[in-house]
Write a protein that binds this ligand. Structure first.
Ligand SMILES: Nc1ncnc2c1ncn2[C@@H]1O[C@H](COP(=O)(O)OP(=O)(O)OP(=O)(O)O)[C@@H](O)[C@H]1O
Ligand SMILES: [Mg+2]
Length: 360
């Protein structure tokens, strides 16, 4: 069941339309992530849910009741911000206790709940410290504890990990996910980091320019992107125009293609194919029906976990491939001929050149 429903939300700052008719349904207990590039409206949407600003049109419902008229402090939401936003003059304990004091919870109950919460976020040893005596990751745990201790109906998080270093980010995102699941708390999380969104969420909502592009499970958004924008923003992709030879048959990278059964591609139309770099196999003989094309290796980069290769296919530009760094791959030198192979199932097709939708 949906806990939060957004109906036709619009918000403008002067002439700048930040949200253009956003409708969403956020299931109860879900980890729901708003993902999109800078300026696409993520924070604006989160703040509308929190009640920090009024939207221009549309309605927000929680448990079926409109909350549009309620102020931020009446909405029972916990909020965690990018810049920690802990009170610098209060100890860790008092920061976490803050919301409970405001709610006039009795002192003994406050002590118990704050102690429990500090243990949950592994800060029980640091209750007496001041924020400046904590690392960024620890400060963000204080922010999280402070938001959760009031037992909100909804947890809202705006890029809570983006000020942390890469390793800590991965660690803390695992903790956030575990906490969210153990509390069963409906969470709306904002990030522009697509890997973070895929790894942490039940559902990902991809936004662009104030418009929802797709809502789906991480697997779906990655493997069945609704349109070209999602395909390009979530993960990497090679985009290759489908071409038509003199006899009107489709070709890709100069090779004749068998288009998937049932795909409605009209002869001669301007379609775009997309292929993920990890699905471009290099020098790997494989039986069966696949796209095979020769090229010349132009760039090879070793990143530790993998090799990033760029291969020039004559007349068609560079194709990126991501391969495991086995000895044979490490030995490849720019200028060498290589063969690329792509399984037909790993090719998606989009209508139109730049703004097409997924054809299936
Ligand atoms: N107070 C404001 N006054 C005017 N324009 C604003 C204001 N706040 C946001 N905007 C504009 O509204 C659009 C959406 O902004 P928003 O902060 O929601 O983006 P975002 O997706 O959170 O981006 P980021 O990833 O950079 O945080 C942007 O074009 C932004 O410039
Ligand atoms: Mg933002």
């Amino acid at each position: 069941m949906a806990l939060v429903q957004l109906k036709n939300i619009k918000k403008a700052y002067g002439k700048q339309l930040a949200l253009k008719d956003v409708s969403l349904s956020i299931p109860s207990g879900a980890f729901f992530t708003l993902l999109g590039p800078s300026g696409c409206g993520k924070t604006t949407l989160l703040r509308a849910i929190a009640g920090f600003h009024q939207h221009d049109a549309g309605d927000i419902l929680v448990d079926g009741q409109s909350i549009g008229h309620l102020g931020a402090n009446q909405r029972n939401v916990g909020m965690v911000f990018q810049d920690y936003a802990v009170f610098p003059h209060l100890s860790v304990f008092d920061n976490v206790a803050f919301g409970l004091v405001q709610q006039k919870v009795p002192a003994a109950a406050i002590r118990q709940r704050v102690d429990d919460m500090l243990a949950t976020v592994q800060l029980d040893q640091h209750a007496a410290r001041m924020p400046h005596q904590l690392s960024g990751g620890q400060q963000q745990r204080v922010g999280l504890a402070r938001a959760l201790v009031i037992r909100p109906k909804l947890l809202l998080m705006d890029e809570p990990l983006s000020n942390l270093d890469a390793k800590l980010r991965v660690e803390l995102r695992r903790d956030i996910r575990a906490l969210q699941q153990s509390f069963g708390i409906t969470t709306v999380y904002v990030t522009h980091d697509q890997e973070e969104a895929l790894s942490i969420s039940d559902q990902v909502c991809v936004m662009h320019d104030g418009i929802v592009q797709q809502v789906g499970a991480p697997w779906t958004v990655y493997n069945r992107p609704a349109n070209r924008f999602v395909a390009a923003f979530v993960g990497a992709n090679n985009f290759i125009p489908l071409e038509w030879n003199a006899s009107g048959a489709p070709t890709l990278l100069g090779q004749p293609m068998t288009l998937p059964d049932g795909l409605s591609i009209t002869n001669g139309c301007a379609c775009m194919a997309s292929i993920r770099p990890e699905n471009v196999l290099v020098n790997r003989p494989q039986a069966g029906d696949a796209l095979r094309v020769d090229g010349v290796l132009r760039h090879a980069m070793f990143t530790g976990r993998e090799m990033q290769l760029s291969v020039e296919v004559a007349g068609h530009g560079l194709i990126d491939a991501l391969v495991a760094p086995h000895a044979a791959m490490m030995a490849l030198q720019p200028g060498q001929n290589v063969q690329l192979l792509v399984r037909h199932d790993d090719i998606l097709y989009f209508s139109g050149q730049n703004d097409g939708v997924l054809l299936q």
